[in-house]
Ligand binder design. Sequence first.
Ligand code: PRP
Length: 213
Amino acid sequence: MRYLTIALAKGRLANKTMDLLQEIGITCEEMMDPTSRKLIFTNEDLKMRFFLAKATDVPTYVEYGAADIGVVGKDTIAEEGRRLYEVLDLGFGRCNMCIAGPPEAADLLKKGEMIRVATKYPNIAKDYFFNRKNQTVDIIKLNGSIELAPIVGLSEVICDIVETGTTLKENGLVVLEQVMPLSARMVVNQISMKMEKERVGELISGLSRRVRT
Ligand code: PRP
């Protein structure tokens, strides 16, 4: 039997995914060793392999079939726009993609003015403003600490993830519009979905019985 390969987004999502998999009897002892520098872990009995990748790369591994399955945030799936099947909402990592800024920016948004939007997610921001709102804006790509942009005058608003809202609050910013709800999702390679129908199907049904959505 060939290995079924699962790509996990490094960090909190990966740990939560392994906890969830453990509940349905899928474990990977090799992965538990925190001193290990190994990149890929195998469970020989189950003929499964697991690897950790940067979140933004998970959809790429899955599209090309280097991983049959991936677990990654909806934000990354939407931003990357890869060809894959999104099969399950795992119910954790819940947060929201929002347009945020200083309270005064609400007026600029309402009037449909030409504003600058700073974001780590240019595709999501473009789709939201150009396609859903029919509003022309200037999108500025940043790589982190997005909340800084409206404070220092780089942009009027930001398009970013809001979880607890603490970062916005501590920087005098507010949520102005909701773009989409986010959470961890299971994605499947389009060919694996057919070729590994049984094993993938079993995994989806096992996990879907465990998740609270
Ligand atoms: C994310 C996001 C916000 C923050 C939201 O940043 O971009 O800045 O978390 O969380 P909160 O609503 O609970 O305050 P992350 O920590 O991933 O770092 P980043 O600056 O690299 O985007």
